[in-house]
Design a protein. Structure first.
Length: 507
């Protein structure tokens, strides 16, 4: 048995840290009681620090994903709303652009055309939408406003660059030519009428694609070319009511047809597009030639003009910074033979309506948000996607064309325009449709909602687990404080007794 020496400093040397550590323990317990936190640093958690670090790391990742989902959800809702509103505008215009909507006016424009101007402006506003300084329809260049202004698009800019109105006019001149849609004036030799394309092959105007007759008294022979020509022979006199049909291809890929009906000699025409049966087959051929010339002129000013507007508007809205719109080489435009060009001077002479990113990659992939460790949702969009180009082109055509009240052909021209506008805004065939974009955004929102629900549930579990590691309950701390107080009281009593101890008492 060893007896520790008792003397000055002996007690202090024997129990110097016991009271200090107990005091520190009591302070720590009081802090836990106030904050309900087990420790102030990871090191103080002991072996549980690795669990805490792991859970906190997972929760930080979840918080980052949830933050990204929240921002992307706002963007997607605005994108979806914009596309839905655009689809509504196109649907309304399609309904407005009916054949019976023509109304002569001093301005030369019917009410649906006036409304189309406003719908074009509204569409541009939708496509220029932004959130927190980020343009939603500009692809990867989210800091660039995607579209030019309405005035620049329609009329050109202050620097002299042409707008869509000028491009349409140039193309209409090129397709119309001298008045017959770049076909030569029909000629008559005996009983044969010849209709021919211009000798120089070019992409403008009518292209003869076929002909037929309801009677053996009139025969048709097509020479395909190019340039194509058509011989219509009248070897014998036709009967009243016999019909000759000439099919013509238009620049926008559609077709039109001239149908001319024979009427009896000496009768007045009770309907348009007829020719009089002459005294001889040669006279009938001459009358047929005049009727073909007149019909070609009318078709050129109506169907061909409407088709020209479609081509020019489509070329204009297909343009971008890296792919300028194609222009008819000229002036003069009525005799142009070279195909539309977007190089050289033409590359810098036209307004570029779309100024955002125009890469070849899918528009949805131009913006994305990571919603989980291995899951990324695509949320991008471009204002020059096909669906928007189609709609903008139709709005622009209606907004720029005029149909004077004193022109007897205005209604026919108007109906030719609205027929094509209505067909285009139906988004038939394989073209991109508004519903496709809306579906893309809805799928992205669904994926983000699923990820959000999953992360919210996981975070709840992790939070509970982390509380078990880092937090303490008041009851637990109170019991520890009570236990410490009991130990301290015992230590104080023993110390008090020892402080009174002498050698005599000890022995």
């Amino acid at each position: 048995m060893t007896i520790t020496a008792y003397g000055t400093g002996a007690y202090r040397a024997a129990k110097p840290n016991s009271f200090v550590s107990s005091r520190a323990e009591l302070d720590n317990l009081q802090r836990q009681l106030d904050t309900q936190q087990r420790a102030t640093s990871y090191g103080d958690l002991g072996s549980d620090r690795r669990v805490s670090l792991d859970i906190n790391g997972k929760m930080s990742s979840i918080d980052a994903w949830l933050g990204g989902i929240q921002l992307a959800d706002v963007n997607l809702k605005l994108l979806s709303t914009s596309v839905e509103n655009f689809a509504k505008l196109t649907s309304e215009t399609r309904d407005d652009a009916s054949a019976d909507s023509y109304l002569p006016s001093a301005s030369g424009q019917s009410p649906p055309q006036i409304m189309a101007q406003e719908k074009l402006k509204q569409t541009l506003d939708l496509l220029d939408g932004s959130v927190n300084g980020r343009y939603l329809f500009s692809g990867k260049t989210s800091d660039v406003q995607p579209t030019a202004t309405y005035s620049e698009i329609i009329n050109g800019d202050a620097a002299g660059k042409a707008g869509v109105k000028q491009l349409i006019d140039e193309r209409q001149q090129a397709d119309l030519g001298t008045g017959l849609g770049r076909l030569q004036t029909p000629t008559v030799a005996g009983t044969t009428v010849t209709v021919a394309e211009e000798p120089t092959v070019h992409p403008y105007g009518f292209k003869i694609s076929g002909a037929s007759s309801s009677s053996a008294a009139i025969t048709t022979t097509l020479t395909a070319g190019p340039p194509a020509s058509l011989a219509v022979d009248v070897p014998t006199q036709p009967a009243a009511g016999d019909v000759v049909r000439i099919r013509l291809d238009l620049p926008d890929g559609t077709q039109t047809e001239i149908a001319l009906k024979a009427r009896a000699n000496g009768t007045e025409p009770l309907e348009t597009d007829t020719f009089e049966i002459g005294a001889t087959p040669a006279d009938t051929a001459a009358n047929l030639s005049a009727a073909i010339t007149d019909a070609l002129g009318k078709k050129a000013r109506s169907d061909l003009s409407a088709a020209s507007a479609q081509v020019a508007a489509q070329d204009f809205f297909a343009g971008s910074v890296n792919n300028p719109p194609k222009r008819v080489p000229g002036p003069p435009f009525a005799s142009a033979t070279l195909p539309p060009d977007n190089t050289g001077a033409y590359a810098t002479s036209t307004v570029i309506w779309y100024r955002g990113d125009d890469g070849s990659d899918p528009a949805r992939g131009t913006a994305s948000v990571q919603v989980d460790q291995g899951q990324t949702v695509q949320t991008g969009a471009r204002a020059n996607e096909e669906v928007f180009r189609i709609g903008l082109a139709q709005f622009a055509i209606m907004a720029t064309q005029t149909f004077p009240a004193d022109d007897t052909e205005s209604q026919a021209r108007y109906e030719a325009m609205t027929d094509r506008v209505s067909e285009k805004l139906g988004y038939g065939g394989t073209v991109q449709k508004p519903t496709e974009i809306i579906t893309d955004f809805a799928s992205a929102q669904l994926a983000m909602t699923s990820a959000k629900d999953r992360h919210t549930t996981t975070k709840s579990y992790l939070t509970t687990a982390l509380e078990g590691v880092e937090n303490v309950t008041p009851e637990e701390v109170a019991m520890q404080i009570l236990s410490l107080q009991t130990r301290l009281q015992a230590s104080y009593e023993v110390t008090s007794s020892l402080s009174k101890l002498s050698l005599t008492n000890y022995l």
